[in-house]
Design a protein around this ligand. Structure first.
Ligand code: HEM
Length: 489
């Protein structure tokens, strides 16, 4: 992107506002707004200012004042991600990378640096790499996956249910996706606190991020070598044995992509859905009335608080036009999911519920559309539902105004979600963990409730199901027995 292309918007005309770079107004070179620093503390507010000033595609500055277009319109975002002839995800095409405007120590480098993975690949190479990922995903049996999610939830709830209080971000939302992902990848023995902390640290971009990344890569490379030597019925073995013929390095890099994409996005989604269920009177009333299911709450949350708020980035392969702006070959564009989801042209009334409408941008679109969305939805749906079934009287343990978020350009997530509930005994969870279509010879599992339920008074339930003691199987209707079997309890 060049200063010339911005001048068409009039933002670098000194007569229209403060001089370029004026610190008092927080604007950067060319009079452009920065997507970082003090002005960007409330990104939602900043995106709306940009929409008012420039329309659906706005020129902005990233860290180190690197220029980029932010795509704010729903239609414009969809157009960009669905047109691989015009826009690619290969950051080597970006003129800011080619001319050195993006310095190697730019804090966004982990998001920018090209890697040999399907997210950055195009054309035939994209088909080859993505084909291996989706081929391996197609071997997952969703009914077994749901059971595994339920069991992983029961295990996590067991760790805090006797206490009567918990932080649902660090003790639930951040653990459930990693437990499930380790199972899918065929490495349940590697799921532990250290792996969760390393993934978290790596994505935060702290000074220990490099060491955390090395730890994650060492675990995944060891697993790749193990499965290359001795394949089993798991995602990793199917990825290795796919006709696309991935090298060990490509396999390990794609395991990292899947693990991190799935971990962060799904953890954010679970925390967001739990907050909405616990605080939003619309959901609370509807959940109590039994009209709103958890999957519907998940879908509404994907509109209002998408787990990835923006993806860096897309790059113009040729000169073109988007949202009235002239885009030059080599310009960078930010796929801005959160502002796209609240574009007034698709959502004139933000309070209106979006039940049944899945046209949000949370999973992207076009050739790079998230291939793991059904897995992410399943983890959130089943996990939240199972937690509410176990602890139906869960309530927020602080004032809603005390909740804090951590925001970056890529995502916005809750720091903590403290809750309280009547203490309950642990449940016995016997594992049988296969999530793949071909069953492995493992012992069967079951969940049983220990008999002594405490008699502490329960707060009004927020669950989609009424709080009740488990019925003996023979007294349940066929539908209830089916539901218990489906949920794996
Ligand atoms: C709520 C959960 C999730 C959300 C919101 C989400 C969102 C996204 C988004 C926005 C993209 C980028 C689309 C683009 O570049 O235009 C993406 C890509 C991707 N996601 Fe997800 N994701 C989620 C869960 C998962 C899970 C569970 C997996 C795997 C098990 C997964 C695997 C991937 C992969 C492999 C890609 C790269 C696809 C490609 O470039 O062709 N995601 N996801």
């Amino acid at each position: 992107m060049t200063p010339e292309s911005h001048s068409t918007t009039g933002t670098d005309d000194p007569t229209l506002g403060p001089p370029p770079g004026c610190p008092a107004h927080g604007l950067g070179p060319g009079g452009l707004r920065r997507l970082y620093g003090p002005e960007a503390e409330d990104l939602g507010d900043l995106y709306e200012k940009l929409r008012a000033e420039h329309g659906n595609v706005a020129p902005v500055l990233l860290h180190d004042d690197v220029p980029i277009w932010v795509v704010l319109g729903h239609t414009e975002n969809l157009h960009m991600v669905s047109n691989p002839a015009q826009y690619a995800r290969d950051s080597r095409l970006w003129n800011a990378v080619q001319d050195g405007t993006v310095k190697p120590d730019n804090p966004l480098m982990p998001l920018i640096a090209w890697q040999p993975i399907c997210s950055h690949a195009e054309g035939d190479e994209h088909l080859r790499l993505r084909g291996a990922v989706t081929g391996a995903m197609s071997t997952i049996d969703f009914r077994s996956l749901r059971r595994h999610i339920n069991r992983a939830t029961q295990n996590l709830v067991n760790q805090f249910c006797e206490r009567g209080t918990a932080d649902l971000v660090s003790q639930f939302a951040e653990h459930l996706p990693m437990a499930v992902l380790c199972e899918i990848l065929g490495m349940p023995e590697d799921y532990n606190e250290r792996l969760v902390q390393a993934a978290r640290d790596l994505l935060k971009g702290t000074e220990t991020a490099i060491a955390s990344n090395e730890y994650v890569m060492s675990v995944l490379t060891r697993h790749t070598i193990r499965r290359r030597a001795k394949p089993e019925e798991d995602f990793t073995s199917h990825l290795i044995n796919h006709p696309a013929g991935l090298t060990d390095d490509e396999v390990a890099q794609h395991l990292r992509l899947v693990m991190l994409a799935a971990y962060e996005a799904t953890a954010n989604l679970i925390a967001n859905v739990m907050r909405v269920v616990l605080t939003d009177p619309r959901f609370r009333a509807q959940l109590n009335g039994g009209q709103m299911t958890v999957p519907q709450a998940v879908e509404q949350s994907l509109w209002d608080e998408p787990p990835f708020s923006a993806v860096l980035g897309y790059f113009a392969k040729q000169e073109t036009e988007l949202g009235g702006q002239r885009i030059r070959k080599g310009d960078g564009l930010l796929f801005a999911i959160a502002p796209g989801n609240v574009d007034p042209r698709v959502r004139p009334d933000l309070a209106a519920n979006m039940m049944g409408n899945r046209s949000h941008l949370a999973f992207g679109g076009g050739p790079h559309e998230c291939p793991g969305q059904d897995i992410g939805r399943a983890i959130a749906d089943v996990g939240v539902d199972a937690l509410l079934m176990r602890l139906p009287d869960t309530e927020l343990d602080c004032d809603e105004s005390e909740l804090r978020w951590r925001s970056s350009m890529s995502s916005r997530h809750l720091v903590e979600l403290p809750v309280q509930f009547a203490p309950r005994p642990r449940q016995d969870v016997l594992e049988r963990t296969a999530v793949h279509a071909v069953p492995r010879p493992r012992p069967d599992w079951q969940v049983t409730t220990e008999p002594s339920e405490p008699t502490a008074p329960a707060a009004p339930p927020v669950s989609v199901q009424p709080a009740q003691a488990p019925e003996p199987a023979h007294r349940l209707s066929a539908w209830q027995r089916f539901l218990r079997w489906w949920r794996g309890d």
